[in-house]
Design a protein around this ligand. Sequence first.
Ligand SMILES: Nc1ncnc2c1ncn2[C@@H]1O[C@H](COP(=O)(O)OP(=O)(O)O)[C@@H](O)[C@H]1O
Ligand SMILES: [Mg+2]
Length: 259
Amino acid sequence: MWRNRRRPADINVIGYGRDRSGRPVAVAASRHTLVTGLTGSGKGSIAGGWLKAQAPFIAKGLVQLDYIDLKGGMEAGMVNPKLIHHHAWSLSEAADLLHKLDNEVARRQDKYRGVVRMVTPDVEPRLLLMIDEAAELTIGIGKAKSEAAEATALLDSILRRGRSCGVVVVALTQDPRVQAMPLRPRFPQRLALRLNSEVEARMALGDAAVDNGATPWLIPADEPGTCWYADLDTGAAQCFRAPYVDDDTLRMLGAAADA
Ligand SMILES: Nc1ncnc2c1ncn2[C@@H]1O[C@H](COP(=O)(O)OP(=O)(O)O)[C@@H](O)[C@H]1O
Ligand SMILES: [Mg+2]
């Protein structure tokens, strides 16, 4: 089978193909990741690629997917529902989901304190939390303000304590400002699709990546999926075009042929 010629899937790597100079783009599947890009810039391709890469492991029970999509589940609703452990399509559902996840983090901390330094998927499933339109979760408008504050505090707790407990948060947002994403410093790994300006790029990716050549404000509007990857620890920056993940693929994720 041709399929067998592919490199074996790695639970810890999200492969997005190759960058402009032909080097493979290997995003760490185990690190909190913030994805910023204007509406229509192709954030769905980043989320879709991530889920496609993790789907075989979700199907095997090594990764557990929670999904928050405050656009009423428009994007997340396309994903094979069998793969989603908990979902939230509204702010109050999101607070509920975050409470459950935070409790699980606390349980793991108690169980593994002094036992292992890092909970890896061979110990307990990785808990992957995908958040689309993350700014809507943390800002909240009008009456939703107190709910949003609660959600932000829970997410902060999950981000801070979750890393060693095997939790990975992938947050997607169109707004790079810190008001929209107050928890930005908690994300060591950043992806930026098309943005408005260099100022926004520095907010989204950090200064080092921009100083190293990242230019997401120069991505043409007719190239959705084109993306800069920045590792905040090394300052490394790579540009790539994420493959489009169509709705049928999302619906079929984790089905036998994929595993
Ligand atoms: N990687 C890609 N390659 C080609 N076209 C894409 C790609 N990603 C997205 N698109 C096109 O751009 C549109 C907007 O993408 P989407 O992911 O919904 O943007 P966002 O979530 O950032 O608003 C999609 O409907 C699709 O037509
Ligand atoms: Mg979107």
